[in-house]
Ligand binder design. Structure first.
Ligand SMILES: [Cu+2]
Length: 779
């Protein structure tokens, strides 16, 4: 018998907090007390109570017959109106009132309570968790149009337009490229590097599950995004500008690649998929399998991709554009009573014979390992709702050479082979905590890590009479880095909230190879290779939000970026953008960035339509860039100032439940104010338009992407050429043949347009028409 109980007025007073997660908490209080974190928690609760003042008493506590609580947005702390609270088997259902409160008859069964709301992750709770005063329930928002790509294992009818199903034919990079303001730098047919608002490399922090991993190739062949597979990702969290402090503070923003973890109590399960792409004869195979019971979970996934040379639009076949790549991910988890979980994760990746048509050499072999252990406590009954401690270690080894190239006729170093190797190691620990009390939410992050980097090369003349020369490109750089940040959100009234944050970057660094240190001190006699540097960052933001219908926010921030290990210590590093060999400068000053960001959103009733837009200005002092010091060489230097300004807009329209439209627009203006010329590698104005149509078990989608001309090019610092406008159309279809069998097919670049991304070096063209098909079987 269905039962509807309407919400009653509840004050905002709570003792218990539940944040939506894919799993539930054990409500056993005795277990909670045994948790070592609880003592610290109790102390902090007391401090927090003194800070926020005493809490008023709730008039309608949880009793033997009723369940009551209030539902909040876990990010903004706003009460959520219209969330559904239900007991699936019994069809008990209610929804939250204007102040987020609800009450429900206590079900007399060993069943679960589901709390759902469009735009939020579903939270599962146990009726036993509703004890004492009304509980506070926090729902985590799903993907925002401009900030996240969420990857799901199955299509979700009410998912945000920024959520995509995994096991698709697209790579991680292809997914990410659809985010407005994010473009891809392509040097090959894989391992694309993300650029946010025209900024890349060390101006963007790319993390895997919050872990700092540093590329080993001095020629930027191996962006960190290349070390994970799309199918292993749950979501990609992108933050543009330095608004979010959680993932490090960089002027361009951060990209956190969040991998999917196994669930508990799933028994034995698995997935096999095979895919083929005709352009480049690309084959992809993946096997994933796992076993979990209530307490333990173990899962392994292996992916193999093999690609030949691809054909650009119009029919030109590009030599040296194939690759072979393998990736293995293993997760082991244990669920302890009292909301505590431990995870061990290993991600191993191996790429062989990967060609880089845009560069002068190719990767012979690239190998990486990421090992992490994570202990997570979710303490619903306390002030610290989340605490995560994560030690980690990563290692990357990279070998490249030009043995497959004709070096006798090239412009750079003719008649000379230049095999190179590079390696990086990071060892660190990441700590995260979320504190919620009343109308205050604090997120604190600490990331301590040591980076070891080394790179060297051999110059082997084709003429065997001449002896080869050995050169160290990075002579054992050691960087001990500490990053600490605190981010505070205060919900001042139901409509207004204030966000403030502080972050500190500290780095003690040295170059330990004495020969390399001597060589650099000849270039820069006044700078010492060993030094300690610090950077402080601040932010303040004010937000107004009227219900779910519309909102606007203004953010100001000041950030300071430490020079990277290559900018500080690189030696004789070839840059294909200007054909010059670069020297690092150990005496570089920090880049100082001042940013203003204005953004807003508007949502129609029942998610019929939605629009989000952002405008930004980013002024950078002491901008780090290359400056030619002769016909062949350049050095990193601080330019007085640079300016970036622009914006993004994204929207969707769902006129019928089975039909949806999306659009996006992004543009950036970037100028080197010191040289009074455009900054190099800035993406042109770009727009995209998509539609999706669901008919029964069939989903059809089409995407149109248009990039305008880019005539604003750098000439003093880079040998850049203007790029032409292009339009690319892709179509895709997914057919759920049976619940456990899915077929996918699609054609990319259907018109076989020849096009070049402006951000790709050497006018490297993108693939032409590409037909693809894939089968996925679950068991
Ligand atoms: Cu390389």
């Amino acid at each position: 018998m269905p039962l509807n109980i309407h919400a009653t007025q509840q004050p905002q007073s709570h003792e218990t907090l539940y944040v939506s997660t894919p799993y539930h908490f054990n409500p056993d209080i005795r277990e909670n007390r045994e948790n070592p974190v609880m003592t610290l928690t109790s102390l902090l609760s007391l401090l927090m109570l003194l800070w926020t003042g005493p809490l008023p008493n709730g008039p309608l506590p949880n009793g033997p017959d009723t369940l009551s609580g209030t539902i909040y947005d876990a990010e903004t702390l706003r009460p959520l109106h219209g969330a559904h609270i239900m007991v699936p088997n019994l069809q008990y259902t209610t929804s939250s009132g204007a102040d987020g409160s609800f009450a429900l008859v206590r079900p007399d069964c060993p069943c679960r309570i589901l709390i759902t709301m469009t735009g939020y992750k579903t939270l599962e709770m146990d009726p036993a968790q509703f004890t004492g005063t009304p509980v506070a329930v926090y729902l985590e928002p799903r993907a925002g149009l401009l900030s996240e790509v969420v990857i799901r294992s199955a299509p979700v009818p009410d998912a945000s337009p920024r959520s995509y199903t995994n096991s698709s034919l697209e790579s991680t990079e292809q997914f990410m490229q659809r985010l407005n303001g994010l473009s891809m730098i392509k040097r090959a047919n894989y391992a694309w590097e993300p650029s946010l608002r025209g900024m890349s490399d060390s101006r963007v922090n790319v993390l895997i599950d919050g872990v700092t991993m540093v590329s080993a190739c001095v020629d930027r062949m191996d962006p960190v995004t290349s070390y994970v597979e799309t199918e292993n990702l749950e979501k990609v969290d992108v933050s543009m500008g330095n608004i979010s402090f959680e993932n490090g503070n960089r002027p361009g923003g951060s990209v956190n690649l969040i991998t999917a973890r196994p669930g508990f109590d799933a028994g034995f399960y698995g997935e096999v998929d095979a895919g083929y792409q005709h352009n480049g004869n690309v084959q992809k195979y993946r096997v994933m399998s796992g076993y979990s019971n209530q307490r333990n979970a173990l899962q392994a996934a292996f992916t193999l991709r093999d690609a030949g040379n691809f054909t650009a639009g119009g029919g030109e076949r590009l030599g040296l554009s194939g690759y072979t790549k393998m990736n293995l991910k293993v997760d082991a988890g244990r669920d302890f009573a009292g909301g505590s979980r431990r995870w061990f994760t290993w991600i191993g990746d191996l790429a062989l014979d990967a060609g880089y048509p845009a560069l002068i050499m190719d990767t012979d072999k690239a190998r990486s390992h990421l090992i992490s252990y994570e202990h997570e406590w979710r303490n619903p009954g306390s002030l610290i709702s989340l605490l995560r401690v994560k030690p980690y270690h990563t290692r990357i080894d990279h070998w490249m050479s030009d043995y497959n190239r004709d070096v006798t006729t090239r412009d750079v170093m003719p008649g000379m082979y230049m095999p190179m190797s590079g390696k990086t190691r990071t060892t660190g620990i990441r700590l995260e905590s979320t504190l919620i009390s009343g109308r205050h939410l604090v997120r604190a992050t600490m990331n301590l890590h040591r980076l070891n980097a080394f790179a060297d090369m051999l110059m082997e003349p084709v003429d065997e009479q001449v002896s080869p020369m050995y050169l160290i490109n990075i002579g054992d750089a050691v960087l001990n880095n500490a990053y600490v940040s605190a981010d505070h959100s205060w919900l001042m009234s139901p409509a207004w909230s204030l966000n403030t944050g502080l972050a500190l970057d500290l780095s003690g660094r040295s170059l330990n190879d004495p020969v390399a240190a001597d060589l650099l001190s000849i270039e820069f006699p006044d700078a010492s290779t060993g030094r300690f540097i610090a950077a402080a960052n601040w932010k303040a933001g004010l937000q107004y939000q009227s219900d779910e219908a519309w909102g606007i926010s203004l953010n100001l921030s000041g950030g300071s970026r430490l020079p990277s290990h290559i900018e500080s210590y690189g030696y004789y590093i070839y840059n294909p953008l200007d054909d010059l060999f670069y020297f690092g400068n150990p005496g570089l000053k920090n880049e100082q960035s001042t940013q203003v960001n204005l953004s807003g959103f508007l949502n129609g009733d029942d998610r019929l339509y939605g629009i989000e837009a952002s405008l930004f200005v980013n002024h950078i002092r002491n901008y780090i860039g290359g400056r030619a010091t002769g016909d062949l060489f350049a050095a990193y230097t601080n330019y007085d100032a640079a300016l970036y300004a622009g914006g993004e807009a994204a929207g969707y329209l769902n006129p019928w439940p089975s039909f949806g439209l999306t659009f996006g627009l992004a543009g950036v203006y970037a100028q080197n104010l010191h040289l009074d010329e455009p900054l190099p590698m800035i993406p042109p104005l770009e727009a995209h338009f998509g539609l999706e149509w669901r008919v029964g078990s069939l989903t059809l989608a089409a995407q149109v992407r248009h990039a305008a001309v880019q005539r604003r090019i750098a000439s003093a610092t880079t040998l850049e050429t203007p790029s032409e406008a292009f339009t690319v159309i892709d179509v895709r279809g997914t057919w759920n043949l049976r619940p456990d069998i899915q077929l996918r097919a699609g054609i990319e670049n259907i018109a076989d347009t020849r096009y070049t991304e402006h951000t790709s070096p050497g006018n490297f063209p993108s693939p032409g028409r590409n037909a693809q098909a894939q089968i996925l079987i679950r068991f």
